[in-house]
Design a protein around this ligand. Structure first.
Ligand code: ADP
Ligand code: MG
Length: 555
């Protein structure tokens, strides 16, 4: 029988054939995920059908490359399709069978978490093939069918012979072009790589015959070169159980570190990790890592933040940026959710409600972990802060202080008390009862700030001063304006202070000002000095240090 594709399917098909999509290799992910769905459905049958026993090990997904014919076949032992299914499911886009199936299951407890619901789906086969055959036999039926299509024109469905249940999808690969080598999809290493990359955590074994070689047992000892024979071995290409789905108590520190390195998140030993399992509004799991040192391209503009995103074991994206706020760009890891409704279009992803909930959640978890480190592993946190603290500061400064509630408790400053890093909360805890402000100093170096004349007098009064060592620090404090109601006051800036001057002083100051012609705006008496006779202050909002930065930037 001849059929035409429905209008939208035709359009999608065209899109696939004249692919705008550079990432052609995702076709395998889609077909494997369908095979896994179909196997899930079989599993569901076995739960509701007395006559069926389901042995998970029997339900392998096979990959069969044929270099002579230039075909690639993906075979499953899942639920299969009858004629009607073929027309409905493979003839119409947006007629997602899995979606219907999921709706049916909604009020039941069986955790048959089906993959699917991805816009591209089956049609992605046409990214690499100019002809596709689907040979299939449905559970509970005797007749098998062959669905064939060579693209937009439509498809045919004919009765066919097939022994076992399930579906076999054969792709006739496109001819190689200058830009695209389709033969590579028949190569063992390429298939291994694609499966490991995109379908590693599919819960059924994905198997392929792999050619290996071994030394011949009776090889002639006299021979210089040992003789080898090649043999075929069935290899399982995927690891099946993702580490994030495992129980925390079954995992060691080493497991987490191995995963970090296997995934290429970094070459360092991660500072810490967060293993997340959330069941609620949105269900998801994941593992997040804090690095201990700079990622290699951290300071380059090529650096891309993001988490690896899976939907139920199927890789959707390598770097999902929406999951991480800029302030936490340094975080790496994976998130896997069964509740994501994804599409190829990133715009839709951006609006995804579930994703938003997850990202909010993650942000809080990272924040909690950082505060925990600050409290319980201060030395490590200080080192971490020296490398990555700038991202918190930038987030506060660039939001004009709007984000200060999120990140200001993560900040550290060197304190005049002990020259060690302190948090603002620690500072508040130590504040004197009637102290109104958080004092800070600016200067070229710690040593210079520590020797400021005005610091001396304050220290005598037991007042603690934060030394701002990073040029951006003062801008950040100015953007914040206050912390928990306590304003920031620079000790390098002139205070509102009215002291009566004697006539002698008046004369002296006038003389000094004449000598320093053009160098100072005013000379005043102050009560804020101890042993030093004078100190330099700046007037108004812009400190001497800020002025230097503006000058350097030519502003
Ligand atoms: P989705 O997986 O999102 O439903 P696809 O385009 O990937 O969309 O697949 C469309 C439908 O075709 C599936 O929902 C399923 O009903 C059917 N299908 C595809 N591949 C198989 C398969 N290997 N076995 C059984 N049914 C399949
Ligand atoms: Mg699918």
């Amino acid at each position: 029988m001849n059929y035409e594709f429905k209008a939208q399917s035709k359009r999608l098909m065209e899109l696939m054939i004249h692919s705008i999509y550079t990432n052609k290799e995702i076709f395998l992910r889609e077909l494997i995920s369908n095979a896994s769905d179909a196997t899930d459905k079989m599993y569901y049958e076995s739960l509701t059908n007395q006559d069926l026993t389901f042995n998970k090990d029997d339900y392998v997904i096979e990959i069969l490359p044929d270099k002579d014919k230039r075909t690639l076949t993906i075979r499953d032992h899942g639920i299969g399709m009858d004629q009607e299914d073929l027309v409905e499911n493979l003839g119409t886009i947006a007629q997602s069978g899995s979606l219907d199936f999921k709706k049916k299951l909604e009020d039941q407890d069986e955790a048959t978490d089906l993959i699917g619901q991805f816009g591209v789906g089956f049609y992605s086969a046409f990214l690499v093939a100019d002809k596709v055959e689907v040979l299939t036999k449905k559970f509970g039926q005797d007749q098998a069918y062959l669905w064939t299509s060579s693209g937009v024109d439509g498809f045919t469905i004919d009765k066919a012979q097939k022994e076992d249940l399930g579906t076999s999808i054969t792709l006739y690969l496109k001819e190689n072009t200058e830009d695209e080598n389709y033969d590579q999809f028949l190569e063992t290493y390429k298939i291994q790589e694609m499966v490991a990359r995109y379908s590693n955590y599919i819960r059924y074994p994905i198997q392929m015959e792999v050619t290996k070689s071994r030394p011949l047992e009776n090889s002639d000892q006299e021979d210089q070169e040992p003789k080898y024979e090649s043999y075929q071995e069935l290899e399982t290409l995927n690891s099946m159980v993702p580490i994030w789905k495992k129980d925390k108590k079954d995992l060691t520190q080493e497991d987490y570190e191995n995963f970090y390195h296997d995934e290429g998140f970094g070459f360092d030993k991660p500072l810490d990790y967060i293993h997340i399992k959330v069941e609620g509004l949105v269900n998801y799991r994941g593992i997040l890592y804090l690095p201990s040192s700079e990622p290699f391209n951290w300071r380059s503009k090529d650096f891309e933040k993001g988490l690896k995103l899976y939907s139920n074991g199927v890789l959707i994206m390598d770097k999902c940026q929406q999951l991480l706020p800029d302030a936490f760009s340094f975080v790496t890891g994976v998130i896997d959710s069964e509740d994501l409704n994804l599409n190829i279009s990133r715009e839709i992803l951006q609006e995804d409600r579930e994703l938003k909930i997850i990202s909010k959640n993650i942000e809080r978890k990272i924040k909690d972990k950082l505060l925990d480190l600050m409290k319980n592993r201060r030395e490590d946190y200080v080192n971490f802060y020296k490398t990555f603290g700038l991202t918190f500061k930038a987030a506060i400064y660039e939001s004009f202080g709007m984000e200060k509630d999120k990140y200001s408790d993560l900040l550290l400053f060197v304190s005049s008390k002990d020259q060690a890093y302190t948090s603002l909360d620690d500072y508040l805890d130590r504040m004197q009862e009637d102290q109104e402000a958080i004092y800070y100093a600016t200067g070229d170096s710690l040593a210079k700030m520590d020797q400021l004349p005005q610091k001396e007098a304050m220290a005598e009064k037991g007042l603690e001063i934060l030394y701002l060592t990073d040029p951006i620090d003062e801008f950040v404090l100015k953007a914040m304006r206050d912390y928990k109601g306590k304003s920031f006051v620079s000790i390098n800036t002139e205070k509102e202070e009215k002291l009566e001057k004697t006539q002698e002083e008046e004369g002296l100051f006038k003389e000094m000002k004449d000598i320093l012609a053009g160098e100072v705006v005013a000379i005043k008496a102050s009560e804020d000095l101890a042993d030093h006779p004078v100190c330099l202050l700046s007037r108004g909002e812009v400190s001497i240090e800020m002025e230097k930065i503006f000058q350097a930037q030519g502003q």
